[in-house]
Structure formats: structure tokens, C-alpha cells
Design a protein around this ligand. Structure first.
Ligand code: GLY
Length: 368
């Protein structure tokens, strides 16, 4: 399978999936930003040691002056103060509009550095070098950049300020997945399952058949997994860059997941909540009469083989979860929208789902 490509308003973007790919970073940046002299390498502090030097060396070898900034990758640091630090470093480095930003890290770094790159001098060429599975198959593709904002109520408004700024190139070096913690790695697998459910049922069978090699992070299996999964996201965002319709299908399981994350933020990571949310969404699809033969428990079996949770980890009332679902910022005009499946690979949006449909989803994951 060849590398996926995204068509966007900023042109075509290749998603290069390579093992050992960071050595090609400089040459790739030169291809997409031929007039750049300085590159800002923004990286997660956790990847600085294993991968930062390799990335910097490759950029320098291609003739760039490299400025670096190291960022913390947790949601509380995905804030405008961190973006101000990046902007200041870019000014300090004398960066021009033709220069380039490279984001080396997971989804938080991509969002943060991406937003700084999208706004510095109204936008400079952005190269994503994702180092987590979640970022390789999802966050780094499609041009969404953002920071969180403090809410008047005291909480954190996720991704409340941001911009669409399609990357010029995405480089997924699957070797970087080798230094990911098992938990972070598994969280990315949940998004791969989601992509398979919305667009490629054969990928779900492939994931089930290869779960041991996936668990062992075999490089050739990782390349196939990232390529196939990234291709699904690439196709969706190419057809709907600004989320006017189909892109919402990528939220399969996420309305359930966001409610779980709101109530169980200490217990569940995003990918774990998505894994549970997918089981709930398949059960809800059956209850809605959309997919009469849906087998949520079979899906739960596949997800469990990947080491991901499929049930709520502790008792949470379905009423509290239903209330938390109402706060999903993707709800439009006060109406609740739930992405469900009409069958394998056939997503759609159900508006204002009946209470029984939502309850069936929660019940399938042990929340009643
Ligand atoms: N992660 C969902 C999207 O990019 O639209």
C-alpha cells in the first residue's frame, strides 16, 4: 500500500510512514518549504532524549538553522501561555513567514505547536512528526490545531481556541512507537479500531488476526497498521476539511467517551474512554434499529485482546453520564448528535437519540 495523501485547501499533503523515517525529516521539510532558512523544532520533553537529536541532525544536514523549544505534553499545558512561549522563541530566532515549524511529539504537541505555526505571521508551513500512535493515525492528520481555555466555571474548555491549518507534510517514523509506554500505545489502537469501524471492516478483521504482532509492535505490522488507519482519516478529511458533514463520523464513540472522561478523568485516558465508547456506540446502533445484527460483545472481545477496557472501570450512574453527554461541545444548536453505524463501515449521525438508545449504549459497557 502506498503512503496516504490528504487533499486540502493548502494543497496535497503526503503522510509518509517509514521505519527509521526521522533521518529523512530534513529532506522532507526542504521539499515542502523550499524557501525556509530556519526551522523551529517544537518537541515533547518526553521525546527530546530518544528522538530530538536525530530530528535536529537531519534538519541541520539539510542546511537549516534549527531553533528548538521543549514543551510539556499534558492537557493543562496546552494553553495560550505555552503558545506565547513558542511565538517568543520564533521571534527570537528571527523566523520569517517562509520558515517552517516541525512538531515532534503526540497530539498535544501537534495541537500546540500547530496553533503557534498557524498563527505566527498568519501561518507558516507546518510539518507534523507524530511520535504516538494516536497522533500518527488521527491528531496529526487534517489540520486541526488548538489550545484549551479556562472556563468561567473553573474547568478546562478543551480545544476552545484554534485554527484549521493543514500540514504540508506528515512524517510517521514507526520506530518512535517503540519508546511509547504500553498504555499510551494502546490508546492509539482505540482510534485504529474506530477508523476500521467507520470505513474498513476488513481492517478490523486484520487487527483481530494480528493482535499479538500489534502487541509486540512488530515494525512491518506497525507500518501496515499506521498506513491503513491513516488512509481512512486522510480520505475523510480530504472530502470534508472543515467538518461540515462527513468529518463528524470520526467522532464515533466519542460522545460516550467525552462523558466518561468528564466523570472519570483520573481513571481513563482518552483512548481508553474511546474504546469503551465504541462498544457503547455499536450497542446503541443496534438499539436504534440502524444495525440490527450489531454484536457489541464481539467488538468488545477484539478490543479487549488489544488490552483496552470495554466496560466502565467503576460504578457511574447512567443518569450522570447522560447529563455529561449533553455538554459535548459538538452538540449543535442544543440538539444532541450521536454518530452510529448502519452496518460495518457505514456511519451516520442520529439527531436527538431516544433515551433508550443512549441507555442501551451505557448498559452494554456496564453503566446502568
Ligand atoms: N479527531 C477528529 C478530527 O480530526 O476531526
Amino acid at each position: 500500500m502506498s503512503d496516504p495523501r490528504v487533499q486540502s485547501s493548502r494543497g496535497e499533503c503526503e503522510i509518509a510512514v517509514r521505519h527509521g523515517g526521522l533521518t529523512e525529516l530534513g529532506a522532507g521539510v526542504l521539499r515542502v518549504a523550499p524557501n525556509a532558512k530556519t526551522v523551529m523544532l517544537a518537541m515533547d520533553e518526553a521525546v527530546q532524549k530518544p528522538w530530538g537529536e536525530q530530528a535536529r541532525a537531519s534538519l541541520e544536514q539539510a542546511g537549516f538553522r534549527v531553533a528548538t523549544i521543549v514543551l510539556k505534553a499534558d492537557e493543562s499545558h496546552k494553553c495560550i501561555a505555552a503558545v506565547e512561549r513558542v511565538w517568543a522563541a520564533m521571534l527570537q530566532a528571527g523566523m520569517q513567514r517562509s520558515d517552517s515549524m516541525v512538531a515532534l511529539g503526540g497530539g498535544v504537541i501537534g495541537d500546540l505547536a500547530g496553533f503557534a505555526g498557524a498563527t505566527y505571521q498568519r501561518g507558516i508551513p507546518l510539518v507534523m512528526a507524530p511520535t504516538t500512535l494516536l497522533a500518527m493515525v488521527d491528531a496529526a492528520i487534517g489540520g486541526k490545531t488548538a489550545v484549551n481555555l479556562p472556563l468561567p466555571s473553573g474547568g478546562l474548555g478543551k480545544n476552545m481556541a484554534g485554527a484549521f491549518h493543514a500540514p504540508a507534510w506528515v512524517l510517521c517514523d514507526v520506530d518512535t512507537l517503540g519508546t511509547l509506554s504500553p498504555r499510551d500505545y494502546r490508546c492509539g489502537l482505540a482510534e485504529c479500531v474506530k477508523h476500521a469501524l467507520i470505513a474498513d471492516p476488513a481492517l478490523l478483521d486484520w487487527i483481530a488476526a494480528n493482535h499479538a504482532a500489534i502487541e509486540a509492535r512488530q515494525p512491518s505490522v506497525l507500518e501496515d497498521l499506521v498506513r491503513r488507519s491513516a488512509a481512512i482519516k486522510a480520505a475523510v478529511v480530504s472530502r470534508d476539511e472543515f467538518e461540515r458533514g462527513e468529518r463528524a463520523h470520526l467522532n464515533l464513540g466519542h460522545t460516550f467517551a467525552h462523558a466518561l472522561e468528564a466523570l472519570l478523568h483520573d481513571e481513563l485516558r482518552h483512548g481508553e474512554a474511546v474504546a469503551i465508547g465504541l462498544v457503547a456506540a455499536v450497542a446503541a446502533s443496534k438499539a436504534a434499529g440502524w444495525w440490527p445484527s450489531a454484536d457489541a460483545q464481539a467488538l468488545a472481545g477484539t478490543i479487549a485482546q488489544l488490552g483496552l477496557p470495554t466496560r466502565v472501570p467503576k460504578p457511574v450512574g447512567a443518569a450522570a453520564l447522560r447529563a455529561a453527554m449533553g455538554f459535548d461541545k459538538k452538540a449543535e444548536g442544543g440538539r444532541q448528535r450521536l454518530v452510529l453505524l448502519r452496518g460495518p463501515g457505514q456511519p451516520g449521525v442520529l439527531t436527538d437519540p431516544a433515551a433508550e438508545v443512549v441507555a442501551a449504549g451505557w448498559s452494554a459497557v456496564g453503566a446502568t
